[in-house]
Design a protein around this ligand. Structure first.
Ligand SMILES: [Fe+2]
Length: 999
């Protein structure tokens, strides 16, 4: 088939990955079990370790198996039943695991550590239940595996690790009481690494903890790495000390899209172990079961992809104990692993890279967990005693309503940015901090002039949108965004807390640990859909196209930052606002120098005069998350980025107050689905020279990507713009260009035609007509009506005499190029002309890129996206596209041709005879001429006196008569085609077809 076209809708009907992940995880679990029984790690079995934990993604259980569970017990109280149960579980664990050092293991193994004995005992085991005993304060709880003896117990093979599902998450609650009291720096039972006391890395003289700067792995000593690890680990435990009760660990988030926090308490620890094993830093698991249930996750696929499994999680105490053992493993690895010696030189190729990877993975979850905590009921949360101090604005009394711009929040304005050269995305070679795989590679991008908002969008600014019923005005929202909004019935940003009568629009703000008076000068926390809608609201108010910033534009702003090194990006990292207030005041709000947001004008401006280029909240970008040229997935974590190269994740840039380590790097590029909440907001841009699509980091990306076809944006010709383009793309909401019609290069006198054909909708319909395949149309659309241009070109080729040369072909009215490409299969050169500059630009783009994304209306404001493709077997270099007027062709310039195609042009010309009469000069002797036309004569295109039908009532006869002196009619008939208006309406056309041979 000549052209390939793939369809991908922008709807949310994507298949959940959970099923696939579940199967993969199940395979891995079985592998782990089998390997454990054979005393070898899963990798030795040839099955890859599965980790679908995407960055910032929800980690959901998938394929968790077995009816084993973990209970807290006092070794002195272990009875014969629990010992026997433990032995059965132990058989499924690899030697050297945590259980091997357990007192319970010793007691049980003396007489019972054989499979036969264990099996026999299991048959008579009495139902076990979770111990409600609370260990003595300060005494480390013991990890004891006790098998749930339910109906499956007798049939369960040893080592099964099936998860127990329950009717309610509340069944996880065991009455754990210690966590009801906020851990203090001396609460030894809570801190599994170092406590937040003087001397612990990152603990300031005021006793508050903050983040050390990103470590330089090329120079770091083992001690420096150990300090960075201690700081990382401590930050996690300080954050989780905010959970005020057992319920806070197990209550699912209100949106049901992610795990309860118990998962995120155990997940960073489990990932260390799993990655260490993949990298060869550790041979054995600590707990195969924990390392499975705390590892495997799926990215939530959409706002309604709720994960409703209610499972039995390990107790807080046992998870705490597990963390303690993992801490010991990581610390010991840092101190003694011989692979440390290769880190400085080999970097990502060193097995030790898994260590620094574990650090930065944990820091990612530090931030995402802070968002989940922000989503918990306030009654379940308390401020950690050693959390970095909030910005003073957090506690300042704010007006409850009617904030005034310039008083309660700074007036925003746009700053003109004129890039003085291309920007280069990607981590530079000089960078010596950890980077994720997606930061490697390099891409140089020319960025057009743009006006950028000086400030992030504040709560005060956003209030106008809320008060104006922006959430209820569909016109501001993309189709997907509107579907999300209506599904969630969102009427204000998620962390706003309305109080007072509805309609007064009085709000407070839910911060991470508190509810506070609305800080109007803080950046608004929004998801991408809300950013889109707000940008469209501003576009309507200002009359200028407005959208979210792109990743390349953000890179331009970063060139105004003081230094290219991440290590001095935050000069006060490691200090706190109270210990070094002046330095912190001069710093971006990154790396937890503050424990909260700050006003958008608190940090000093960049050289461009823009605030918060880095820090405060992440900035949603217009770009889809895509790899940079040269991207290579890392062997230890190959699915860190890859699953998100799907055209469904938007880039976020800049970091937030809670972004630490690599996240606070200027080269960090993360991503979320558009419905997702993070500490993220909006930076608006108004392009100085509007185009239909901004230049993005994903445009023209060659992958890798998820699926068979590229999901990324294909930048259209820069001339495909105009009001119709804006209307056409209104369904997908990024505000398209609303003005600045492209330069017209049209020759001749058909301005009216140009106007029509410059319409983006028409352009997209033609792309669909030229490149759409049967798969893109309902079955009742006959295949014989599709790919009309290719069929016409095939007629030229098929009727060219075998004895004739196939040197030159002419395609008059080539539109978006499919017929010209088809002619290029047999003709050595093809001259392809069209009056529409937009069509020709689209055809040229197809020639260069072999693909072009377009949208065709499905119904109403919903559009389906497609990618038109040129078959790789076509030598597209044979085609020369040009804008030309069919009524002003100059044979002296064009030369002569062996085959000429005129497709559906005649009845759109002001005088068709101006073309007909020149044809004898254009076609070589014995050359082939194919003309199709529906003869849809319309006075707006052709005066009635020039209609071919005017002569004798038959346009076909008039045409043949006009050509008769120079051409022999070979064949005539009808040739059908369809043009899709929307999914239920097609224009069916039966064009007249005539085939002539030059006499
Ligand atoms: Fe993760």
């Amino acid at each position: 088939m000549f052209s390939l076209l793939s369809r991908h809708t922008s709807a949310f009907g994507v298949a959940s990955a959970s099923g696939t992940a579940a199967r993969a995880a199940l395979a891995a679990v079985r592998s782990a079990s089998a390997a454990a029984a054979a005393h070898m790690p899963p990798s030795a079995t040839g099955e890859a370790s599965v980790d679908n934990t995407a960055p910032f993604a929800t980690c959901a259980p998938a394929g968790m198996q077995g009816n084993m569970r973990f209970v807290l017990c006092n070794p002195r109280e272990v009875n014969s039943n629990s010992r026997s149960s433990y032995v059965r579980s132990m058989v499924g664990c690899a030697p050297g695991s945590v259980m091997a050092s357990s007192p319970c293991f010793t007691a049980a193994s003396r007489g019972l550590a054989t499979a036969a004995n264990a099996q026999a005992i299991a048959a008579s085991a009495t139902p076990a239940r979770r111990s409600s005993s609370t260990p003595t304060a300060g005494a480390p709880p013991e990890l004891v595996h006790t098998e749930r003896s339910d109906a499956n117990a007798g049939a369960t093979s040893f080592g099964s690790m099936e998860v127990e599902y329950m009717s309610s998450w509340k069944e996880n609650l065991e009455g754990e009481s210690r966590i009801a009291v906020a851990p203090t720096p001396t609460s030894d039972w809570w801190w599994t690494g170092k406590a937040p006391v003087a001397g612990t890395p990152g603990v300031g003289p005021d006793g508050l903890v903050t983040s050390l700067p990103l470590v330089d792995y090329t120079t770091a000593s083992r001690q420096e790495l150990l300090d960075y690890f201690d700081n990382t680990w401590l930050l996690t435990e300080v954050l989780f000390s905010s959970l005020a009760s057992e319920e806070a660990f197990y209550r699912p988030p209100w949106h049901d899209l992610r795990h309860p926090l118990i998962f995120y308490y155990g997940h960073p620890a489990a990932l260390y172990v799993n990655k260490f094993r993949v990298a060869g830093l550790a041979r054995d698991p600590i707990s195969p079961f924990y390392e499975k249930i705390f590892e495997t996750g799926v990215d939530e696929m959409s706002w309604d992809d709720m994960h409703k499994n209610v499972m039995r999680w390990p107790s807080v105490a046992n998870t705490l104990d597990y963390r303690k053992r993992v801490y010991e493993l990581v610390a010991e690895t840092i101190v003694s692993s011989p692979h440390f010696d290769s880190l400085a030189e080999a970097g990502p190729a060193s097995p030790f890279w898994a260590v620094v990877m574990g650090f930065e993975h944990e820091r990612i979850h530090l931030e995402t967990s802070s968002v989940l905590i922000r989503e918990l009921p306030l009654s379940l949360v308390r401020r950690p005693l050693t959390w970095p101090v909030d910005h003073p604005s957090a506690t300042q009394a704010q007006p409850t309503a009617n904030p005034v711009a310039g008083v309660d929040f700074p007036t925003n304005e746009f700053v003109s940015i004129k890039p003085d050269g291309p920007v280069v995305l990607g981590r530079p070679d000089s960078h010596s901090g950890f980077s994720w795989d997606n930061e490697f590679g390099s891409k140089s991008i020319d960025v057009a002039d743009f006006d950028v908002a000086k400030h992030l969008v504040t709560n005060g600014e956003f209030l106008d949108f809320v008060r104006s019923n922006g959430y209820l005005e569909q016109k501001y929202w993309s189709p997907d965004g509107w579907a999300w909004r209506t599904f969630r019935n969102a009427k204000w940003p998620t962390f706003w807390r309305p109080f007072g009568p509805a309609g007064l629009h009085e709000y407070r703000l839910r911060a991470v640990f508190d509810e506070i008076d609305m800080p109007w000068a803080w950046p608004a926390d929004l998801n991408y859909y809300e950013v889109e809608a707000y940008a469209n609201y501003i576009a309507a108010a200002t009359g200028k196209p407005t959208r979210a910033i792109t990743e390349p534009e953000h890179a331009v702003l970063r060139t105004g930052l003081p230094d290219a090194s991440d290590f001095v990006l935050n000069p006060v990292a490691g200090a706190t606002a109270s210990s070094e207030p002046d330095a912190v005041a001069a710093s971006p709000n990154l790396n937890l120098v503050w424990g909260s947001h700050t006003p958008v004008d608190a940090a000093p401006p960049s050289a461009h005069g823009v605030r918060d280029v880095m820090g405060n909240v992440w900035q949603w970008c217009y770009d889809h998350f895509a790899p940079l040229p040269g991207f290579q997935p890392h062997d230890v974590y190959p699915d860190f980025s890859m699953p998100c190269f799907d055209g469904k994740h938007n880039v976020i840039m800049g970091g937030s107050f809670a972004a630490t380590g690599n996240e606070a790097s200027r080269h960090a590029r993360f991503h979320f689905r558009p419905h997702f909440y993070q500490h993220a907001g909006a930076r608006l841009v108004q392009p100085a020279h509007p185009t239909a699509e901004p230049v993005t980091s994903c445009a023209g990306c060659e992958g890798p990507f998820v699926g068979a076809t590229s999901p990324y944006r294909v930048p259209p010709p820069t001339t495909v713009t105009g009001a119709a383009a804006a209307a056409a793309s209104a369904g997908s909401a990024p505000p398209a260009a609303a003005s600045a019609a492209p330069p017209r290069v049209a020759v001749g006198s058909t301005a009216g035609i140009v106007d029509k054909y410059e319409d983006q909708i028409v352009l997209d319909q033609y792309l669909n007509m030229h490149y759409g395949t049967q798969d893109d149309f309902p079955a009742y659309i006959d295949a014989g009506t599709l790919q009309f241009p290719q069929r016409c070109a095939a007629l030229v080729e098929g009727h060219t005499l075998a004895s004739n040369p196939r040197a030159r072909a002419l395609d008059i009215g080539c539109a978006v190029g499919a017929s010209a490409f088809e002619l290029a299969r047999t003709f050595n050169s093809v001259t392809a002309l069209d009056i529409s500059h937009a069509f020709v630009e689209a055809a040229k783009y197809m020639q260069e890129h072999k693909a072009l994304e377009y949208k065709v209306r499905r119904e109403g404001g919903v559009f389906d996206s497609y990618v038109a493709r040129v078959d790789n077997s076509v030598d597209v270099s044979r085609v020369d596209f040009a804008v030309g007027d069919a009524t002003a062709l100059d044979p002296a310039t064009l030369g002569t041709f062996d085959g000429v195609l005129i497709g559906n042009v005649l009845c759109r010309l002001p005088d068709p005879y101006l073309l007909i009469d020149v044809l004898p000069e254009l076609v070589n002797p014995d050359g082939t001429l194919v003309i199709t036309s529906p003869f849809s004569w319309l006075p707006q295109f052709t005066p009635e006196s020039k209609w071919l039908s005017a002569a004798n009532g038959s346009s076909a006869k008039a045409l043949t008569d006009a050509l008769d002196s120079s051409f022999e009619l070979v064949s005539s008939g009808d040739i059908p085609f369809v043009i899709r208006e929307h999914i239920r309406k097609y224009e069916f056309v039966a064009a007249h077809l005539g085939i002539w041979r030059r006499k």
